[in-house]
Design a protein around this ligand. Structure first.
Ligand SMILES: Cc1cc2nc3c(=O)[nH]c(=O)nc-3n(C[C@H](O)[C@H](O)[C@H](O)COP(=O)(O)O)c2cc1C
Length: 173
């Protein structure tokens, strides 16, 4: 067995891999839940599946484990305040406008993209629980630039340095 890695060094190394920032929402037994997440990722195109993971210490975890639907908002670069609000305990929903989406999960305005999902499977993931969700509906706003999270801080894409689009690559199936 190898020694456990130094958690701070591991965090710093993982921070070299930039992600977007999402706010996930759901409604369980009438109660609104929301949390900020960078562990969101694409998993499968057919079926359309995505994944995210929740810390086992999260207060909302027992509710997230019962939820049958989630709304996943990929935040735009002007939504840092929303990210901070949903990363803290307390009155996350005070003064936040929302409308009901798939399975009654609350939809928030202004995201760069939004995925309305049905719960699919859950798996143990060490100190996190891995959630796999099936996309039921989605919207994307190409004119809104995504909020980026890297090296432990928020960032924006530097549009001056933007390379020409690579996608779809020749190697895509
Ligand atoms: C940029 C960013 C990304 C985060 N990503 C995750 C994540 O992927 N999984 C997670 O469990 N918590 C993540 N968090 C922390 C949660 O948002 C935070 O602990 C949340 O308030 C937990 O909610 P609860 O304890 O009120 O249920 C992230 C926080 C920030 C600021």
């Amino acid at each position: 067995m190898t020694d456990a890695p130094d958690p701070m060094a591991l965090r710093r190394a993982l921070g070299q891999f930039p992600t977007g920032v999402c706010v996930m929402t759901t409604r369980v037994d009438g109660e609104l839940l929301g949390m900020t997440m960078s562990s969101f990722n694409a998993l499968s195109l057919d079926p359309a599946l995505v994944l995210f993971s929740i810390d086992k210490r999260a207060r909302g975890l027992p509710h997230w484990e019962r939820a049958q639907a989630y709304a996943i908002h990929a935040l735009a670069e002007n939504q840092q305040d929303l990210s901070n609000r949903f990363a803290r305990p307390g009155a996350k929903w005070e003064g936040i406008a929302h409308t009901p989406g798939h399975g009654d999960a609350p939809l928030l305005p202004g995201a760069a993209a939004r995925f309305e999902c049905a719960a699919h499977t859950r798996h143990d993931g060490g100190d996190h629980v891995l959630f796999i969700a099936r996309i039921v509906r989605f919207t994307a706003h190409a004119d809104r630039h995504p909020l980026v999270f890297a090296q432990g801080r928020y960032a924006s894409l530097d549009r001056g340095q933007a390379a020409p689009p690579l996608w779809p690559l020749d190697i895509h199936y």
